[in-house]
Design a binder for this molecule. Structure first.
Ligand SMILES: [Zn+2]
Length: 467
């Protein structure tokens, strides 16, 4: 029998056991908790690592717990050429579930529960892939090490801790993103800027603008306080602002003026086109009002640099793209203004062709042209593994062979577990066109997709470790 057929029948024969093990992992609330002695991410994360160690040991795999940051296990005692990274921590379950999030349910097609897709299911699938290679007796001279982390959702300090004392293998893979293969994670720039001024008495003027919580989230709400205008006056501008921006506005009386609230839709800053930026929408409205003073000038200036609906840096003069990594994106995400100054933050994700000359310097000059001083930030570099590297070619061919779909490399604006690991790529485990509700209520995974992940990882491990 061909190796592929043997792998497929092994995975099929072990699916019941796989879903039983997955249920054990899902039952642990491994969202980040308070650090205690020896448990840097809290009790739940340590418990998930413990449950994983039990699963490994039941299958005859020795494992090592690295101070409750990560658990590792090895395929054999050969030289470690391949590292597979996956995580057992989860984001908090949150509300809105139509079934218990930690009591995994299954039907013919799917398993349901927090972590089934992100990332306990894929993590366990990677382990079952190692089991398949070992139990089928496939000849492998080199080692694959599985590294199960417990802090991916809150900054990946687990992996940093582990790699501060262990070498990075020649190849690293992570089933914590999308298929087919993510070989580029864009670089970027935190384009933050500020200005101060003497309080002015002109009317009408902006007394306050507030929007944004985190630099990497397109804000869903924004507020402003305007002095020297009546509610009825402001309301005359609202419908045209709504039409222009797609955001909703309300105005209400406040002492000496009007309070304006804007509601849009949030999105991750790496995909700003998926949201409606309440901050740039609010600035669009403010720019149309007959406001005076330094604050108003800056608000208007910002609408030229960050026009509402411009996700790609045209207004800032930094629009650029390349064939491999796609378009630059930028989002103005945080703004605090009062009567004495302003501070703004923008999150830019940059393609491979971006440099400090064509991005950072241009952005700094643009801010300066409206009276804002940009912080002394520089670009952070992209993560890139060439699409013709042996690792990527192996992944693509295995993907095509097992799924029958055309493989391709994709570039993303977000960062994954492998962002800082030279030569690392993400391989799965989300399939194209499937929304697994990761991080939201009713997270699920298709059983056949998890089985495919076991199979493809087994094939990949064998191919990369056989000689
Ligand atoms: Zn994840």
């Amino acid at each position: 029998m061909e190796i592929k057929d043997r792998i497929i029948s092994w995975a099929q024969a072990h699916q019941e056991e796989f879903f039983e093990d997955l249920k054990l992992l899902v039952s642990v609330d491994s969202s980040k908790g308070e650090a205690t002695e020896g448990k840097p991410f809290g009790q739940g994360c340590a418990q998930a690592l413990k449950v994983a160690q039990d699963i490994l040991s039941k299958a005859g795999f020795a494992s090592e717990n690295h101070e409750n940051y990560v658990v590792t296990t090895d395929l054999n005692d050969g030289e470690t050429v391949l590292g597979v990274l996956a995580h057992l921590d989860i984001v908090p379950t949150g509300d809105g579930w139509s079934f218990p999030p930690l009591d995994m349910r299954q039907d013919e097609e799917k398993v349901y529960g927090r972590g089934t897709a992100d990332d306990k299911g894929p993590a366990l699938a990677a382990f079952y892939a190692m089991r398949a290679v070992r139990e089928l007796g496939l000849e492998v001279k080199k080692n694959c090490r599985l590294i199960l982390g417990a802090d991916e959702e809150c900054g990946s300090s687990d992996i940093r801790h582990y790699f501060s004392t262990h070498p990075v293998p020649r190849y690293t893979l992570s089933p914590d993103a999308d298929y087919p293969v993510i070989n580029i994670e864009k670089g970027g720039l935190h384009a933050d800027a500020a200005a101060q001024w003497e309080k002015e008495d002109v009317l009408p003027r902006i007394a306050r603008i507030e929007a944004g919580i985190k630099v990497n989230v397109v804000p869903a709400t924004a507020q402003a306080l305007i002095l020297g205008m009546e509610k009825a006056e402001v309301e005359r501008y609202l419908s045209s602002a709504r039409e222009k921006t797609g955001a909703a506005f309300t105005a209400e009386d406040a002492p000496g003026g009007v309070r304006i609230a804007c509601k849009g839709e949030n999105a991750h800053a790496s995909t700003p086109e998926k949201g409606v930026n309440a901050l740039t929408a609010l600035l669009t409205l403010l720019a149309a009002l007959p406001l005076k003073g330094k604050g108003a000038d800056i608000a208007r200036g910002l609408t030229h640099i960050f026009p509402h609906g411009d996700f790609y840096g045209a207004g800032a003069g930094i629009a650029q793209e390349d064939r491999e990594s796609g378009k630059l994106t930028i989002a103005l995400t945080v703004l605090k203004m009062d009567e004495g100054g302003v501070r703004a933050q923008a999150d830019c994700r940059a393609p491979l062709c971006a440099t400090d000359e064509n991005l950072t310097d241009v952005m700094r000059a643009k801010y300066a042209s409206i009276g804002l001083a940009m912080d002394d930030n520089k670009m952070y570099p992209p993560h890139h593994v060439p699409k013709d590297s042996p690792l990527v070619l192996t992944l693509l061919s295995v993907y095509e062979d097992y799924t029958g779909e055309k493989g391709r490399c994709i570039a993303i604006g977000g960062g994954t577990y492998v962002h800082n690991l030279e030569g690392g790529v993400s391989f799965g485990a989300a399939f194209e066109g499937v929304n697994n509700n990761m991080h939201g209520p009713d997270e699920f995974a298709y059983k056949r997709h998890l089985l495919l992940t076991i199979m493809m990882y087994a094939q990949v491990i064998w191919e990369l470790c056989k000689s």
